[in-house]
Design a protein around this ligand. Sequence first.
Ligand SMILES: NC(=O)c1ccc[n+]([C@@H]2O[C@H](COP(=O)([O-])OP(=O)(O)OC[C@H]3O[C@@H](n4cnc5c(N)ncnc54)[C@H](O)[C@@H]3O)[C@@H](O)[C@H]2O)c1
Length: 359
Amino acid sequence: MTSPRLSVAVVGCGIGRLHIAEGYARLPDRFQVKALCDIDPARLAKLGDEFAIERRVTSFQEVLRMDDVDIVDICTPPGLHVEQALAALAAGKQVICEKPLAGSLAEVDRLIAAEREAKTRLMPIFQYRFGNGLQRAKRIVELGFAGKPYLATVETAWKRGADYYSVPWRGRWETELGGVLLTHAIHSHDILTYLMGPVASVFARTATRVNPIEVEDCAVASLALESGALASLAATLGSQKEISRLRFCFQHVTFESSLGPYSPGDDPWEIVPASPEAERRIAEALADWQFVPSRFEGLFGRYHQALAAGTEFPVSLSDARRSLELVTALFHSAETGAAVTLPIGAEHPKYRSWRPALV
Ligand SMILES: NC(=O)c1ccc[n+]([C@@H]2O[C@H](COP(=O)([O-])OP(=O)(O)OC[C@H]3O[C@@H](n4cnc5c(N)ncnc54)[C@H](O)[C@@H]3O)[C@@H](O)[C@H]2O)c1
């Protein structure tokens, strides 16, 4: 049986453009973008013209009333995600939502509860997981061939300046909800837990040094993982050379990512086995390997498959919860100057908001 071609409405024409260019437009047998929505008519016209998408609306409510739209893809500023995702689920749409999925763990739990009651499902975005290098490492780890995790280092060294922060919602706690830890390094930190498993404890320091903004633009942290492995995080928006670099040392293999700041999952990944036996098992694990496309193409391809088969999405709500739990712990540690242990449940003082008390 062939899987159906699904109709999508993209809401928000910023990163929404890349969802189309790198994702839906490369998978034309599986998706068709039927409608665009943005409150800014100029952005709507530009993106609509670029991809010949005729239906353009400025009202989100109008999208929810479109009977021929299967998927609502939310690419609006962070403060709108929860309200729009809840409304789209209530309207019976499949929902895709950009990061950060929500502004607190309480809100994520609300989305998880709403999805449980809904007939449709919600997939958060973490497209950095997709790329041929990282996915091969994931296969090796999943098959148990990497062995005991020892240590990871995760660097997110990007550059942002005045132009980027001229968009009014950015740089403020109220509307961006956080800085480099929430908006940028969240991808690399998701890759850390994707490959090495959950975090048990964190100690973090943050600073705002690069731009005149409220939220942090530099951060470091020291992590203990549930497995006992250790990890260090370093993130800044003040690096003249932009890179993302991830290194994972396991008992039987060391992985080092490529340095592409926005596609660290792509080849070349260095995969260094610890012994001839480890090399043989890794070769066996990858014997039937099929190329995994990068970023949105890889993510949406797997999403389509999972939706058709009714299986788990390539990024789940619990993945989004785990990443925002780490963000909560990092912000709380930076604010209090103390180590913070996970998990973070409803009784935690930062469950309803990770924002520092004094802002
Ligand atoms: N996954 C990634 O790599 C990635 C990259 C960039 C941004 N993002 C995330 O995507 C989201 C959007 O970021 P951006 O950089 O595209 O921002 P942006 O400001 O460039 O684009 C957001 C668009 O949403 C529109 N909008 C605002 N309110 C709306 C509403 N009520 N209905 C319809 N449209 C509305 C705005 O007019 C704007 O065009 C953020 O949460 C951001 O963190 C993710």
